[in-house]
Design a protein around this ligand. Sequence first.
Ligand code: SF4
Ligand code: SF4
Length: 151
Amino acid sequence: MKRPGLFNEELLYECYQCARCTGSCPAAFAVDGFNPRNILLTYLRLGIEAVITDEKLWCCTTCHVCEDRCPQLIDVADLLCSLMNEAAMQGHIPEKVRASAEMILRTGRALLVSRRVDSIREKLGLKPLPEVPMEEVEGILDQTGMAVLIG
Ligand code: SF4
Ligand code: SF4
């Protein structure tokens, strides 16, 4: 089986499917059908192609709560990050993720900050958002290869 990242693949076989990871996962609570325990099992049983083509993979917020709760100390979040990286390299990037990534490429932010946001901040007595240092952002995007992945 092709190993897509730096997680401990041997340790995945120590999973005894207790589902504590899924029971602790905020994304599983919010998104019907997103199940880190099941992703791990599917990866081991059917291989990488079976999981990287499923857009639900991208519901993981990489909060790492699952790793904190796993009795077997399995790095579930690292597995999911590695699978998302592999999915992206093979072109399986959901449209919403691609749109956010393109926004970061253009503005340095994942979401458009509208004038309405500025005026709400003003009403709340908050300072305007600072300018994004685009040179630094572009450097990070180059070094991580994200600019190439997104095109
Ligand atoms: S919490 Fe750990 S042992 Fe339990 S199902 Fe999740 S990965 Fe497997
Ligand atoms: S890292 Fe991902 S899978 Fe793990 S608890 Fe957080 S959202 Fe769920």
